[in-house]
Write a protein that binds this ligand. Sequence first.
Ligand code: AMP
Ligand code: GLY
Length: 419
Amino acid sequence: MEIVIVGSGGREYSIGLALQSECKIDGIYFYPGNGATSKLGKNIDFKTQKEFLDFVLMQRIGLVIIGPEAPLVEGLADILRENGIATFGPSAKAARLEGSKAYMKEFAKRYDIPTAGFIQTQDYEEACAFIDTLNTPIVVKADGLCAGKGVIIAQSYAEAKQVAKEMLSGKSFAEAGKTIVVEEFLEGFELSVFAMCDGKDFIVLPAAQDHKRLLDEDKGPNTGGMGAYAPSPLASDKIIEEVKQSIIVPTLDGMAKDGNPFSGTLFCGVMVVKDKPYLLEFNVRFGDPECEVLMPLFKEGLFDCFLACANGGLKNVQYRLSEEVCVGVVVTSKDYPYKSSKKTKIRFTTQNSADAHISFAGVSQEGEDLIASGGRVLVCVGKGNNVEEAVKKAYNCVESVEFEGMQYRKDIAYQALRD
Ligand code: AMP
Ligand code: GLY
């Protein structure tokens, strides 16, 4: 069958790369893809959703995998399913788990899912009254999608109130901030747990850890993610089991009960406080760059998992995950994340192999040249029997890349190497 992967980042590239050798797939389209996905398949682009739908129907596409959150929240999966197309990704209603923090928190409260104490409100006075009941620091979140920037950890009461005021007035995040969530600060360590779900059943992938800050030692501004590794040694079997029982199972049950069964990727951002996981956030898609280190850990059955999440029957799918460790180092353009950078030619010598490859993201093609077109340009991925080996392979891969102004962190996976 032919499939379409929706999106244009390293996440979508890594899914395409992992599925490329799948014998059940005759061809992969990327909508819209990037300058490197055209080497894995064919890039397509359309002006309207209708044109895309017509293409999918005419081409008899067997599966559409939706990578990013925006098209999910906008209902692309609904439109495809209404037209009988197997689709990996939740409906717009189920995607509210990511699209609205207020909805997510109320859902967690209703189904007894452990999460930080909170209120959601549109009213400044109410926000202030709740802020006064908390200890500092205090977490203030804009309800809607804010490209990862809508969460502020305020260090004082005055700051929390100021942040709340600016969000509620629409000044900081426009409509997305007109409802806010104010919540207590949880102190512990963070884990990202990914479950592929078919509405009823799920499989849990190795826990991953992202590196949000731009610079080594977690300094500098927040970014989309500067690197990741999986599995994280911090995720004991006991913690993962607890995440399954106290977060994933009640979420799938609750969503089904509410009439919005959840299928696709449920990305649980959790804070582990004294061995107990608390839900910080849900995302309804794979993380980027987490996806780039999870896809290579599938030894068998990845495509069957994607298809079963779309069609049901995940329970009967045979799949096999590697015992290895995978590390991904993000290489960005010069001025990321502050402003866009001048386009520049990329040179690299790494050939894809079983234990090292590049996942391309912010790239375009000009003639025979691959051009860094800005943002997170590519991810160098290494796989090994242990963290040291995987780190070494990932950084060897980075050494093989060259473009003007390239920047990357030198300490990806440091948490796993510390002891
Ligand atoms: P979110 O988008 O809700 O996951 O928040 C982004 C980041 O803010 C998380 O990855 C945490 O580092 C931090 N954060 C969010 N909520 C809390 C909380 N209640 N306590 C401590 N840190 C938090
Ligand atoms: N790496 C975090 C995210 O994709 O949201």
